[in-house]
Ligand binder design. Sequence first.
Ligand SMILES: *Cc1c(COP(=O)(O)O)cnc(C)c1O
Length: 406
Amino acid sequence: MDATHTDPRQLIALEDDFGANNYHPLDVVITRGEGIWVWDVEGNRYLDCLAAYSAVNQGHCHPRIVAALREQAGHLTLTSRAFRNDQLGPFYEAVATLTGYPRVLPMNTGAEAVETAIKMARKWAYTVKGVPDNKAEILVFSNNFHGRTTTIVGFSTDEQYQRGFGPFTPGFRALPFGDIDAVREALHPNVAAVLIEPIQGEAGIIIPPDGYLRDLEAACREHGALLIVDEIQSGLGRTGRLFAFEHEGIHPDVVILGKALGGGCYPVSAVLAREDTMQVFEPGDHGSTFGGNPLGCAVAREALRVLTDERMVENSANQGERLLDHLRRIKSSSLREVRGRGLWVALELHASAGGARRYCEALQARGLLCKETHEHVIRIAPALIITSDEVDWAAAVIREVFDELG
Ligand SMILES: *Cc1c(COP(=O)(O)O)cnc(C)c1O
């Protein structure tokens, strides 16, 4: 590599000079990752407490996932779905066996899987439920985050996600998150589905009231609407269970997966459903050139295997509790609430604290990387392989920063 390309200022300048300005990253230029750790181009080490928004639940460059990627890359990477490939069937079987959902539809990014679930719900409404043509409605929630396509941002309630991007797809209605009466009132006969994050990640790790998801499931059953749960960020062990909806013992009709399904290596997403729901799709209805490609399938299968073999879901529950325990003992007049499930922890600051960004910058200076969520929430979400000693270290660093900044 050109020697000048290890100078972080020059690398940042290249991004700023040639890229689009749609992100505001911390100025740390990472060159290597291993497990929970990353290194910048100057050799500084950081504990990665974002884990690529939970896409790296298994840790950076997990040796078994990287080996599966390398191995498959030397055999076959892409066939398109015009032909079959020898990795797709085993991938389906692995997902179905692990999750208990008998049907799987693979895509690439999370947003594409959400779009797929929306199309499935609409077609199900017209062909099974008997909703009149083009009248299907999908209920969503305030402060939702389901991705960035024009349809999806069209039902966002975040003004910035929408501003300048209309007109939007009709057929969605946003209700207050956590209010079961609002859902019961809105469930008229044309409602195809309710689409929800079981815990709202991008909104700031917002956990709904106890019993809410159970009541939501019951209301959907009663009114014949599909319950679609977006587990793209909350799923695959992040909350200390395989799926966040398991905390309430429910069985959604449709589950959307992404992020960690690709083991931090490769974009793989999927929609999981029952037989009778998935069957609405016929040849030609829907597709994706890269969806279900052999490279992605091999990577995802190994990503799920290591999650199980290394007991990462259990570790998330145990270490998450340890982390919450530490953080709840921090005394600071800036700290409004500490909450979380598994290794998904939010430190919410009072508005008077001057924003989460300066805390994230102070944490960065001490070797801990995280990103503010909206203005006042610091999200702590390391890879699920973190050990007790590492949790203790991270908590000590966070405490130091609150001691310093108040
Ligand atoms: C990240 C995310 C998405 C979108 O996934 P992309 O891969 O970025 O398209 C959708 N839903 C939730 C809950 C997410 O966290």
